[in-house]
Each structure stands twice: as C-alpha cells, then as structure tokens.
Design a protein around this ligand. Structure first.
Ligand SMILES: [Zn+2]
Length: 615
C-alpha cells in the first residue's frame, strides 16, 4: 500500500485503535468465545454473521464476505480513502497525524474535492431558492404541479430551478469569491470555445441534486422545461461524481432499504419522487446508464433483495435482463416487478395509486417467470407457426434453469399451456441443456442466476481445475500454511525451504505468502498488517483466509503436519501425472520409459503408504 505515511506511523495508529472498540462505535457487538459478533453494517441481516477477532485485529462477515482490518473497516464504513482513514483513526487515538504528512499531490486532490463540494452546496441553495421564490421559476412550479409532486417531496429531494440565463449561477458564485474555473471543475459551467467566456451548464431546467450515501451533493440532473435537448442532462464526471457509482435517492432510501432488506430500482428521477411520495421509500434510480456492478454493490450494503421495476416496453425489458445479471452477479436476490404495458412507475402510481405500486413490488416475480410470461404474451395462440416459435423459446429459457425441481415444475406447467406431451417437452429441454453445456460460450439465460454464488477473486483463482490442486481438502491445507506463515519468520523460512512460493498452487495464496516474506523480514506479521499490504481486490478474501483458523493449527506440530499433508497431495498429483505419462510411453512403444515411470510410481506409492495395486 503506497501512502504518504511512514510505516511506523501507520502501525502506531493501527495499534492505538483496537478493532473491537472502533467497530463498537457502529455495531452492537456481543462476545462469543474468543470473538465478537454482531449484525453486519455492510449488508442487511437479522441474525449476526459479522465477526470481529480481537486476537487477529480483523473483521469478517460470513454473509457478504467483506473483511479487513481497522483501516478497511473505517474506509468502508465512512467512504474514506486510506490516508483519510489513517488520519481519522489517528485523531480518534490522539496521535498527531497532521496535514504535514500529506503529499502535495494528495493535498491538492483533497482541496479540489472540497472545492467541488462547496460549489455544489452553494449551487443547490441557489437553485432551491430560485425554485421556491423567483417569479422566473413559474414554469418549473407549474411543471411540478402538473406532475403532482407535492411541496414536501420537493423539499425532501431539494429540487431546484436553474433560470433561463447564461450566467446567473456564475454571477452568484463570483460574488462569493468563486471563480469560473472552479465552477467548471464542478461541472456547473462551461468555457465557450476559443475564448475566456464562461456560461452556466444548466439553463431553464428543473434541477435534481444527486446526493451520495454520505449526504454530500456530488452532482445534478436537469430536466429541460422547453424543447431543449437532451431532455435530461447530468453533471459530467468530476473528482467527486461518477455516474457509475451513484444512485439517485440513495441518501433518502438507505434507511428504509436497510430496515426492509429490500431495494427497488427504477429508471427515472420522477419514478423515485413519485414512489417516495406514495410511501415506498426504498426506491432508487440509476443515472441514465445501464445498472453497473458498482451500483449493485451499493445496494448490497443495505439490502439482500432487489426488485427491478423498469418501463414496460422493449427497452425496459432489455434493461431488465441486463440488470438481473448485474445484480445477481454480486449476490443479490433479484426479482422483477411487472407493470402494465406502456407504464413506468411514475405514471403507474399516478393512475393506480401508491398501494397498487406497493402490491406490484410485493408480487415481483423471479426473472425466469418474468421471461416466460413475456414469451407467452407474445404468442398468437391461433397461429401454429407462432405457437411453435414460442415453444422453441420456452425450451431455450427452461434449459437455463439450474434447479431440477424448478425446471420440472415449469416444464409441467408449460406443457399444459402449449398442450404438448410433458415428457416430450422435458426431453427437448434436457437436449438443449446438454448442448448448452457442451458448447463452451453459450451461457444459459438462467446460468448466472444461481442465488448465493458470489464472485471469487477470479484473477487470483485461476488454474484450479486440477483435480488435486483444485480440491477443497488441498486448498484448506494451503490456507492453513498461509495462516501459519503469519506466525513467525521461522515458519516462513521452513515453508520456503520445503515447498517454496511455487508450492502454493492458488495464485491468491502464493501472492499472500510472497507478501508475508517481503513485509515480515524481521519476524511475525500480524494478520492486520498483512491486510494493509495486500492488493485491494484480495482484501476480503485474505480476511476470510486469516479468519478461518482450525483448532489443530494451534498445536505445536501444526506446521509439520500441514507440510506433510501438502507433501501427500503433491505425491498424489505426481501419481496422476505418471498414469498419463505411462500411457503415452506405452503407446509410443518406449518401454524403457514405462519401466522408469513404474519404478517412480512404486516408490511414491510406498511413500504415500497406500496399498494401491500397480499398473
Ligand atoms: Zn455482511
């Protein structure tokens, strides 16, 4: 981890902040054995799976698989960068981590972010003020009245109005000593091409402030109130705003999402406003982009379940399919709320009321059901061609369902619907499924919908299709070796001499071992220290490894036992290879080589102490 702080200072701050005490500021912890447990602050749950180890100074959640040390915790909890976390915890422990240790670049970046936040906050106040009081905002107030957005809702979402003027915001900010370049950095003004003239980005627009989970205004969305295009305009990306990693309404929805364990995703600003106004307060919207993984992860911090409620049209159903795969990939349980054709959540609530919307959300269906229903709706039952075509698509969808029981259930239901023999339909589905499995590239429509499967650190996880190296039992040995390596320099040396870094077959473990050898030249490396140096995408996994110690590992001969176990797996791996090599040599007629291999085989089997018949 590159930082501007000396390692000594980082160590000092870490040691001064006991993880149990820091976590207790946010989570109610209860002591169980040698750990503390509580309800995870990063995902919604009713039974505690969040665990803190005072010995290891680590936390780990067995539910959402987030883990780390005291710095990681505060970074995730408060949305801080590493240096910010060190500073925050330094302050907490009364250690002087003054800004002098900030590098000039770091300081410039921080000041730039602070400046944007300040400009945004002033702009919000100005737009809000204008909407409420200015005669020029009549058109915006009329528009909101016509869309039936009440004053309370306008206030809650801090809606505003950007007047139809080229420089009213710039002029207002200039009076507060803020120059045009700063306003441009915040994305609220533009520089005219080939000149030193600037003009406001948002003109004659209804303005929706975009507020992040920490309650700070990061950007704005503006809806045109005349024929200007685009109809909706967002702030550009800036040092504080990224469309990909923000959700509209998250500041107002997060509590309700956490309480209900459920989030509702919609597409538009108006959808969010109407839903909240109707009492459905766990609703957020993407910002004019397809749902991203970053956004799905934000949702996962507050809820396990997500309901997608997009426009009921072709574009909406494409967005739904993409949204389903994004949200289920991060481990969310995803369902789809179906609105009548031609409606979006806003128009639906206006026509049928908030309770009807609530019902649609409650009655949201699994994606498979949604797909099948859309297919069935498109079938012209009086036309045989259309029926056959529909049936073909149904087979395709069903072949992607992983659960046997579910597949059988749907197959039975659909054979009735199409009036075909259930056995014949089941056979077609099975054939399509086999074909999909043989074909390498085709992922079944339901292939990524297995609930509970979470992404592993893929780049660190490759090459483990080997029957020995990839086996659960073997990987447990590697994990134990990583844990034992954290205990002493002596252990690391012994591992280095016996199996070397290459002895770790899983790239993630090899990486951890190498880091341990690098950072811990002078002795024990605490797990909490290791988490600081490890690659960002490996932090959660590293924590889960360090957290997984088995009782036998505390025995005095644990390291030797683990190395013996490793040796046995390694021998078995070589035996597998020999099997193949003997067959090859045999085919090639190289009997001398066969003889040699058989001798090695015999020796290895003897070493393994196993009574296996010879080839
Ligand atoms: Zn969790």
């Amino acid at each position: 981890m590159s930082s501007k702080f000396s390692n000594d200072l980082v160590d000092k701050v870490r040691e001064a902040n006991d993880i149990v005490s820091v976590v207790s500021d946010y989570v109610q912890l209860k002591k169980v054995g040698n750990r503390f447990i509580g309800l995870c602050p990063f995902h919604s749950e009713r039974t505690p799976s969040f665990s803190v180890s005072p010995d290891r100074q680590l936390f780990y959640c067995f539910g959402c698989h987030v883990g780390g040390n005291v710095f990681t915790f505060i970074m995730k909890m408060e949305g801080l960068t590493f240096p910010e976390a060190v500073r925050r915890l330094g302050l907490r422990a009364g250690i002087d981590v003054s800004t002098s240790v900030e590098s000039p670049q770091e300081r410039a970046a921080r000041e730039r972010r602070e400046s944007i936040y300040r400009v945004n906050a002033l702009a919000l106040a100005y737009y809000r003020q204008t909407l409420v009081h200015s005669p020029s905002a009549e058109c915006a107030r009329d528009y909101l009245k016509q869309r039936r957005i009440e004053a309370d809702t306008q206030e809650k979402f801090k809606l505003g109005y950007a007047p139809a003027s080229w420089d009213s915001l710039l002029t207002m900010l200039a009076k507060k000593g803020i120059g045009p370049t700063e306003v441009c950095e915040a994305g609220l003004a533009l520089r005219a091409s080939g000149g030193n003239r600037y003009y406001d980005r948002f003109r004659n627009r209804l303005v929706f402030p975009i507020v992040n989970v920490y309650g700070r205004v990061v950007g704005f969305g503006g809806r045109a109130l005349d024929d200007s295009t685009p109809k909706y305009l967002n702030s550009p990306e800036s040092a504080v705003f990224s469309k990909r990693s923000n959700l509209y309404g998250i500041d107002l929805a997060s509590d309700s999402m956490r309480r209900s364990g459920k989030a509702v995703l919609v597409e538009g600003y108006m959808d969010v406003l109407s839903a909240h106004q109707a009492g459905q307060t766990n609703v957020v919207a993407t910002l004019g982009t397809a749902l991203t993984t970053e956004q799905a992860r934000i949702v996962l911090r507050y809820a396990d379940h997500v309901v997608l409620c997009y426009d009921a049209d072709a574009a909406g159903s494409d967005a739904t399919a993409r949204g389903v795969s994004t949200t289920s990939a991060v481990g969310l349980d995803v369902r789809v709320a179906v609105l009548p054709q031609g409606h979006d959540p806003d128009s639906f609530i206006k026509e049928f009321g908030g309770e009807a919307f609530q019902r649609s959300v409650d009655e949201a269906v699994p994606f498979i059901r949604y797909q099948l229903d859309s297919l069935l709706d498109a079938v012209d039952w009086s036309d045989i061609e259309s029926r056959l075509h529909g049936l073909e698509k149904v087979v395709d969808v069903l072949s992607g369902v992983d659960s046997e029981v579910e597949r059988a259930e749907y197959t039975r239901e659909l054979s009735e619907r199409f009036n075909v023999d259930p056995g014949a339909l089941a056979l077609d589905v099975r054939k399509a499924r086999m074909a999909a499995m043989r074909g390498t590239s085709r992922a079944g429509p339901g292939g990524n919908l297995r609930s509970g499967s979470r992404p592993k650190p893929s780049a660190w996880n490759h090459g483990l299709d080997d029957p020995i190296w990839g086996s659960k039992a073997y990987l447990e040995v590697e994990r134990a070796l990583v844990r034992l390596a954290t205990e002493s320099l002596q252990n690391r040396t012994r591992i280095m001499e016996t199996i070397g870094p290459d002895g770790f077959k899983m790239p993630a473990h090899q990486r951890l071992f190498r880091l341990l050898c690098d950072v811990g030249e002078n002795g024990a490396v605490t797990p909490a220290e290791l988490v600081d140096c490890v690659d960002a995408e490996l932090k959660d996994y590293a924590s889960s490894v360090l957290f997984g110690a088995k009782p036998w590992e505390s025995e005095p001969d644990a390291l030797e036992n683990a190395l013996t176990a490793w040796q046995q797996f390694s021998t078995r791996h070589r035996l597998n290879e020999i099997d193949d090599e003997i067959k090859e040599a045999d085919v090639a007629g190289d009997y001398e080589r066969v003889y040699e291999l058989q001798a090695e085989q015999k020796k290895l089997r003897y070493l393994l102490g196993r009574d296996v018949p010879l080839y």
